[in-house]
Design a protein around this ligand. Sequence first.
Ligand code: NAP
Length: 303
Amino acid sequence: MLDLIIVGGGPAGLNAALYAARAGLDAILFEKMFAGGQMVTTTTFENYIGFPNGVGAVDLALNMEEQAKNAGAKILYDEIVEIDLGEKIKKVKTANEEYEAKTVILCMGAAPRMLGVDGEERLRGNGVSYCATCDGAFFKNKTVAVIGGGDTALEDALFLSRYCQKVYLIHRRDSFRGAKVLSDKVAITENVELVLDSVVEKIDGADTVESILVKNVKSGESKNLSVDGVFVAVGIEANIGLVENQVKLNGGYIDAGEDTKTSIAGVFAAGDIRIKPLRQVITAAADGAVAVYSAQKYLDTEF
Ligand code: NAP
């Protein structure tokens, strides 16, 4: 029986694995895809302290993984298909194995939210994308639209402006939710055209994206914009599927405070999956450390 199972290998999970190894806990981190999770869908971090010139997202993720492994962390690249948190001893299943643990840290993160308009699902992968850094290079010298007004949309617009001939940044309001440093950069980027107070109502195209129907929410006027690609950046949804009927949720996120404790004793939630005011790599990583601290205290008193 393990002391701890960590579910998810983003910054929260990797830092939890590092702290767990250093605390001498018998722990396994499970990650279904690759180290870093969502963080590697961006290019560079300029707001992760310690890197005066910024740090590449993939480099940072691989360094986190290496540091955790160097400390003795055990990381398995396998998908968890079922989690049973019903008893004091928690059970976690992959396709071929069942594991038992005294504590679990849930750090499955979040995934991009869909826009929910006509044509989005049909043209997904054929011009509709949720990851500018993954797919941006396919749109060299083309015209694309980025939809959203948060950090992701602003970063995507800046990233795509380097490849694309033109980038429309379409946002439903006239001010951005994302960081001012980013919106200031966007404002002075010549090939980014702001389309504010506007929503996309339809994505059109026979086999690939050809145009979008955009409505100005103030004037009520609609227009068609010819684009080759649409990058949807309208926020994220927590990956709660494995536990949604077991732990208490709050607005689609796991209800856990700064101590990362969930509604179930011995189960902790760290990073983007839990309710929190600021979802960034640094806050996710910090959660991972706190979650191990909370788990250790629980192990000391309950086992
Ligand atoms: P976000 O901050 O939730 O922003 C989502 C944006 O999409 C908002 O501007 C929102 O508009 C808009 N939106 C939501 N639903 C929409 C809809 N149905 N139609 C049109 N627009 C819609 O999401 P995010 O940008 O993905 O960021 C998620 C988290 O990751 C944030 O905490 C962010 O700070 C963090 N992040 C950090 C970095 C970084 O620090 N380098 C980079 C990327 C993301 P309203 O503003 O009108 O609500």
